[in-house]
Design a protein around this ligand. Structure first.
Ligand SMILES: [Zn+2]
Length: 389
């Protein structure tokens, strides 16, 4: 009961930049002595501090209380593979430190996990923050999950990665609460908190990852929150069938969007078109093809138009299913993909829908990807009365 009351009071203080005790009493409907006691305790623990005085209205000046954002910290991980990005943020989601590693693709599953743990320990050490000031670790993970149980069922890119009890492993090593979600959902969460605060509440975030990962993911923000599906896997835009006669996909289906528009597949198709062109070897990604298209090369333009049409059709299906008016194109090449897919997307939905459709390029930078997982931890911290305050 006491913990629940403490969180009620805390949430009240967080919601405002600063607030008086009287207003906390009014908002929480708790008794004044209860609120005073809780605030005394929170102040002693340095979570809340007296930030000034409210306007004089007669009698004693009422003290203003504010959250001490640097009293506790969250750890966030963006587990893309092979890069793994990490960040430490304070309770307001301000990044204190961010680092990253790139694991070798020859590493075994256990070695990948060990490398990540060691990098995390190094970052915690360098931050100088004592372990007891961390409130949890959030992980944005690729592949197929059982998010609530913290189990990573499958990562296609790491063949021996099956049924990994990731949450348990991280918890055993670091002794902190661990939360897990799909990686694109975590990018979308960070994008929402940093850049979409005053935008439409219902939107689709399309996250396009580059390189060998080549993931095309989706996160849906509906009625004020992200929809994760039963196990947190409501994100498989990349495995939407676009061509029923297409190539078989490792997921078991055929002609998936990722096979049609994912970077390595596009590069391979383009190189096949180039034949024995000596420059073919230098083509590494979508940006190289884009540069050649800008230089006037017809084959490059044709390939890119195909990519735009596949992505446009895939995203148009999502827009039509959910009646959306906002779509965010995220990922490091968001701007480029926006240019490729914009017209195709508009063309593939009803005319009266397309006029209203707002397509935005995501602004989240790569080193900020793990921040979404920090927000996941912070949200849980303020939501659940489970902490030992
Ligand atoms: Zn597939």
């Amino acid at each position: 009961m006491k913990k629940a009351n403490t969180h009620l009071v805390l949430n009240c203080i967080i919601a405002e930049e600063s607030i008086t005790i009287e207003d906390v009493v009014k908002k929480t409907k708790l008794s004044r002595p209860t609120v005073v006691n809780i605030i005394k305790e929170l102040t002693e623990k340095n979570i809340v501090f007296k930030s000034g005085f409210a306007e004089y209205t007669g009698g004693r000046l009422p003290t203003l209380l504010s959250l001490n954002a640097n009293s506790y910290f969250a750890i966030g991980i963006d587990f893309e593979y092979p890069p793994i990005r990490m960040a430490i943020s304070n309770l307001k989601g301000e990044v204190v430190l961010s680092q990253g590693i790139t694991v070798d693709r020859s590493f075994s599953r256990n070695r990948i996990i060990e490398e990540m743990f060691e990098a995390l320990e190094r970052m915690i050490g360098e931050s100088g923050i004592p372990m007891e000031q961390f409130i949890g670790i959030g992980i944005g993970l690729l592949g197929y999950l059982k998010a609530n149980q913290g189990i990573s069922l499958e990562i296609l890119r790491i063949p021996e990665w099956k049924d990994v009890d990731f949450k348990k492993l991280v918890k055993e090593r670091f002794g902190l609460p661990v939360y897990m979600q799909n990686d694109i959902h975590m990018m979308a969460l960070a994008e929402k908190r940093l850049f979409l605060t005053d935008r439409a509440d219902d939107f689709a975030y399309v996250g396009i990852r580059p390189g060998i990962r080549a993931g095309i993911g989706l996160a849906m923000h509906i009625n004020g929150s992200f929809y994760g599906g039963v196990h947190g896997n409501a994100h498989l835009l990349g495995h939407m069938t676009i061509d029923i006669n297409g190539e078989p996909c490792p997921c078991g289906s055929k002609g998936c969007l990722e096979l049609m528009a994912g970077e390595p597949h596009v590069v391979a198709r383009y190189k096949a078109l180039l034949g024995d062109d000596p420059d073919a070897e230098s083509i590494r990604g979508i940006r190289d093809i884009h540069a050649r298209s800008l230089g006037g090369e017809a084959a490059a333009s044709r390939i890119l138009d195909e990519v735009g049409s596949y992505l446009g059709i895939g995203i148009a299906n999502v827009v039509k299913l959910f009646g959306l008016t906002t779509v965010v194109i995220g990922g490091p090449d968001g701007e480029l993909y926006y240019g490729l897919l914009r017209d195709h997307l508009k063309k593939n939905i009803f005319k009266n829908m397309s006029g209203e459709l707002d397509i935005i390029v995501g602004r989240l930078e790569e080193e900020m990807y793990p921040l979404g997982s920090c927000f996941l931890v912070i949200d849980q911290y303020f939501k659940e009365p489970t902490l030992d305050l």
